[in-house]
Design a binder for this molecule. Structure first.
Ligand SMILES: CC(C)(COP(=O)(O)OP(=O)(O)OC[C@H]1O[C@@H](n2cnc3c(N)ncnc32)[C@H](O)[C@@H]1OP(=O)(O)O)[C@@H](O)C(=O)NCCC(=O)NCCS
Length: 316
């Protein structure tokens, strides 16, 4: 496109530009709530944030789009990620999204990545068409599921032996949640172990993003065997005028599965959300989760709201 130029993001100077493009480009997404500059800046402080591979497209000097190639330095395999592209609505269908995506892919290639992964909601026809044209193939689907918090089930095999305890964010808690979650998700799609440094950052800073977070551990005797992270996104609820909680992560150690421990953790968490005045609860799940989590959630009365797809393509 004539007059278009793609340049790298400049740290410290481009935050508002990037955020305003993202917020405008995603405005049509279902239940979209714009990010604030405070949230953006907290994300920038996190241990894995890097400005490398981030690009801004300008037309006659006006910023109109963004995309990024991201390398996860903790991942041993040569797999990179593409964020975006995001293009302002009035500048679409002129090749800007394609040019931005190609720049992000070139960056990943230059860093010796061999494959690239990205994702988008199944409602997003333009993005799916763009990804197909760029040679991406679908590799996985995920579901967003919800249920009302009224009439919570009981007597569905939830474990009665485990003790449920609410934990905080001490160094000991960080180590415990890192260990439990890494062990529980070991065999999962595209998993890599979290480090204690990154988990500590998010456990201690997520509250500043407007989320109320509650973390529980299920123990048998003195042995922690499962955990759950759940809570309330207060900003989202206010913006959308809803009362919704979320079950954000649940895991049980392999040798303790099929004993109703996840059911117990989830029912306890849902009771708590209800006690906080929430009316419904949501969660996300990989449809092909090796532990058949989708079935558990259906058993707990969750219904599909919408799906999203993960795509991959080789590089080089
Ligand atoms: C998806 C998005 C980035 C595309 O940006 P764009 O600058 O319009 O893309 P391009 O002009 O390079 O389009 C390239 C091709 O993608 C496909 N495409 C893009 N928009 C489309 C649409 N609305 N319907 C059907 N196909 C579409 C077409 O094949 C198009 O080629 P064509 O115009 O020659 O037919 C833009 O719609 C956007 O910002 N959406 C919101 C954010 C988002 O969903 N990002 C994608 C994350 S994966």
């Amino acid at each position: 496109m004539q007059g278009m130029n793609i340049r790298p993001y400049v740290e410290g100077q481009d935050d508002e530009t990037l955020l305003s493009i993202e917020n405008a480009a995603w405005a049509e997404a279902p239940e979209f709530v714009p990010d604030t500059i405070e949230q953006f800046r907290i994300g920038r402080e996190s241990p894995n944030w890097t400005p490398d591979g981030m690009y801004i497209a300008e037309v006659d000097g006006k910023p109109v789009g963004t995309a990024n190639g991201y390398i996860d330095r903790h991942r041993p395999e040569p797999l990179g990620f593409m964020g975006g592209p995001s293009v302002l609505p009035e500048f679409r269908r002129q090749g800007i999204g394609t040019a931005l995506a190609r720049r992000a892919l070139d960056y990943l290639c230059s860093k010796k990545m061999e494959r690239v992964m990205t994702g988008c909601g199944d409602w997003n026809k333009p993005a799916r068409a763009l990804l197909a044209r760029l040679g991406f193939e679908p590799v996985r689907r995920s579901s967003l599921m919800r249920r009302p918090l009224s009439q919570l089930p009981s007597g569905i095999g939830e474990n009665q032996e485990v003790e449920i305890e609410v934990r905080g964010t001490t160094d000991e808690d960080v180590a415990l949640f890192t260990r439990l979650s890494n062990a529980a998700f070991k065999e999962h799609f595209a998993h890599r172990d979290d480090t204690e440094e990154e988990r500590a950052f998010w456990m201690r800073n997520i509250g500043k993003m407007g989320l109320v977070v509650r973390r529980t551990v299920a123990s048998l005797g003195a042995e922690p065997v499962g955990y759950m992270v759940h809570g309330i996104d207060q900003r989202e609820n206010k913006e959308l005028g809803i009362r919704r909680g979320g079950l954000w992560s649940v895991g049980v150690l392999k040798e303790y599965r099929n004993r109703g421990i996840a059911k117990r953790l989830m029912l306890e968490g849902m009771e708590w959300l209800k006690g906080q005045g929430m009316e419904e609860v949501e969660l996300g799940v990989d449809n092909e989760n090796v532990t058949q989590a989708l079935r558990l959630y259906e058993r707990l009365g969750f219904n599909l709201v919408r799906s999203s797809t993960t795509f991959e393509r080789p590089l080089g």
